[in-house]
Design a protein around this ligand. Structure first.
Ligand SMILES: N[C@@H](CCC(=O)N[C@@H](CS)C(=O)NCC(=O)O)C(=O)O
Length: 226
């Protein structure tokens, strides 16, 4: 098998690549790499030390956006990037909005603080302070970004055009980590975005990834009530 994905499954960026591989029906081998304790020589593949990375035969690549764009060029069907130039740019923007905007706003105080750090420290529950900070982050920093997504989605099924693109995969991948931390866009306030996420997370590629991650990382998801 020539495609080897490197990176821990619970990373939203690794999940993004996994979903693209699955949606394209590409077989791949998956090696779990912890970016904080990487195997020797990992920086030769990923100079910034981050996950994911991908090997395709002798070729090595890093960065989820680069990897997904490469997969699209090499395996164009089914297409996950629009062919119309304006739609193409819009899909890349939504991907960047998630990777460079929502992820930095949500990651450290939600998934990292409420799931990963307690897990590594062997604690069953995060501290009350961490929960309060996460709630404040969600309402003050993340919700305004979700408002933007709600408007961008509008009444459409997909963020761009009339079929699934990298924009949809990015939104659902990054917000799956918020879900693991016990947060999802509230149904009353973000009805379109939440219905979209329900549809995306029910797709076989997402369902498989989330079900694999949930026993260890997703226990707080049960706190999502609306
Ligand atoms: N822009 C990169 C971001 C990758 C990234 O930040 N990965 C995190 C894990 S979710 C990581 O490897 N962090 C380790 C570090 O920053 O040293 C991508 O899309 O792949």
């Amino acid at each position: 098998m020539s495609l080897v994905l490197l990176g821990g499954s619970v990373s939203p960026f690794v999940r993004k690549v996994r979903v693209v591989l699955e949606e394209k029906g590409l077989p791949y081998q998956h090696e779990q790499v912890n970016p904080f304790a990487p195997p020797p020589g990992y920086r030769e593949i990923s100079p910034l030390g981050k996950i994911p990375a991908l090997k395709d035969g002798d070729l090595t690549l890093c960065d989820s956006s680069v990897i997904c764009a490469y997969l699209e060029k090499k395996y164009p069907s089914p297409a996950l990037y629009p062919s119309d130039p304006a739609d193409y740019a819009r899909a890349l923007w939504i991907e960047e909005f998630m990777d460079g905007g929502v992820m930095p706003a949500a990651g450290p105080n939600l998934f990292l603080a409420l799931v990963l750090r307690p897990l590594l420290a062997g604690k069953a529950e995060p501290d009350a302070d961490a929960v309060a900070t996460a709630e404040q982050t969600w309402s003050e920093k993340v919700a305004p970004l979700l408002e933007y997504l709600e408007k961008q989605l509008g009444d459409r099924e997909w963020f761009v055009g009339d079929r699934m693109t990298i924009a949809d995969v990015s939104v659902a991948s990054i917000l799956a980590n918020a879900r693991h931390a016990g947060f999802a866009p509230e149904r009353k306030r973000f009805p379109k975005l939440r219905a979209f996420l329900d549809r995306m997370w029910a797709r076989p590629a997402f369902k498989k990834a989330i079900e694999e991650e949930s026993p260890i990382f997703g226990k707080r998801a049960a706190r999502i009530t609306d």
